[in-house]
Write a protein that binds this ligand. Structure first.
Ligand code: PSU
Ligand code: MN
Length: 307
């Protein structure tokens, strides 16, 4: 990637040059995934947690005609305030946003590709996109899955939301050769709930062992990403049966209102927060913070291993 289109914050560039741990963060969760001001306070808290666990945070977005890796406090605030006015950028949208000097928030897919271009191997988010329910008809499969297939970045998440078809999401990841590693349990977590009823491919509990696994995966020349699925802490989970009631209603409304494509996930997140009277948002915030701690530890362990 040409460096005039990729600008790392000085702190991030220094850390990368010195082989110090860096953790990438996405910005769609800030601009499109949570309302203001909780989006800002969460983004700040996540950056602070990553720092206090020994890594440098690098929130990624498109601003001023460049991919920016690491934002200042003022830039993070600008993005949080812009909310849905910022473009939601997946892989296909990046060149448009850079060339047209638009403000853009990167999804998991776009953040992975930018992180890889900058030399960052560990990325923390809330949940990954996946195969949407009804995808047999709509063909709505998140570009996140295709990016995981081709880009060597570890994505620390709380699994994927059950607004998606989770069995089909795991099928696609298997087909694409993406390992799904659960932390602390056998099951693949369902974002708001610890269990989805599905098994992850592997269980690895310790950050040091996770780092060794990643080093081996990439050392073998496997060029895919890895899903590191970290279940929401029990104290903050919402029972799956409860979530399903809200999801069923929000999906019905999305269908009635003709919401589809890239608008679908932001609509669902917003309606779930409303229908749950803020409970889904509170859980979302807690699980992202929990992922931030694991991501920082993982990056620190990876940085300690020989290249
Ligand atoms: N999951 C969340 N919050 C989010 C997203 C996922 O809990 O904000 C965002 C991520 O940026 C993810 C994107 O990459 O939604 C997926 O969108 P789509 O389904 O349109 O690919
Ligand atoms: Mn989609």
């Amino acid at each position: 990637m040409k460096t005039d289109w990729l600008r790392c914050a000085p702190e991030v560039a220094d850390a990368l040059a010195d082989g110090c741990p860096v953790v990438a963060l996405e910005s769609t969760i800030v601009a499109h995934g949570m309302p203001y001001p909780q989006n800002l306070t969460t983004a700040q808290a996540v950056e602070d947690l990553i720092r206090s666990h020994g890594a440098v945070p690098a929130t990624i977005a498109v601003m001023d005609g460049a991919i920016r890796v690491g934002l200042s406090a003022a830039e993070l605030e600008q993005l949080a305030q812009a909310g849905a006015q910022a473009l939601k950028l997946s892989r296909r949208d990046i060149a448009y946003a850079v060339a047209q000097r638009r403000l853009g928030a990167t999804t998991v897919a776009a953040t992975m590709l930018c992180a890889q271009a900058a030399g960052i191997r560990v990325f923390v988010t809330g949940g990954i996109g996946g195969v949407h329910r009804g995808a047999q008809q709509s063909m709505d499969i998140s570009a996140d899955l295709m990016e995981l297939a081709r880009t060597p970045v570890a994505v620390v998440c709380a699994g994927a939301k059950s607004i998606l078809d989770l069995p089909l999401t795991l099928e696609v990841l298997e087909t694409q050769g993406v390992p799904v590693v659960a932390v602390g349990q056998e099951g693949f977590p369902a974002f708001y709930s610890r269990e989805s009823g599905l098994k992850a491919d592997f269980r690895i509990d310790e950050p040091a062992a996770l780092a060794a696994f990643l080093r081996c995966h990439w050392g073998l020349g496997l060029s895919s990403g890895v899903v590191v699925a970290n279940p929401v802490p029990a104290a903050h989970e919402i029972p799956a049966a409860q979530v399903e009631v809200w999801i069923a209603q929000a999906l019905r409304e999305a269908d009635e209102q003709g919401i589809h494509g890239k608008a679908s996930t932001p609509f669902m997140l917003k309606r779930l927060a409303e229908l749950s009277q803020g409970r889904s948002l509170a859980t979302n915030i807690e699980l992202v913070k929990h992922n931030a701690v694991l991501g920082a530890r993982l990056a620190a362990n990876l940085a300690r291993l020989p290249k």
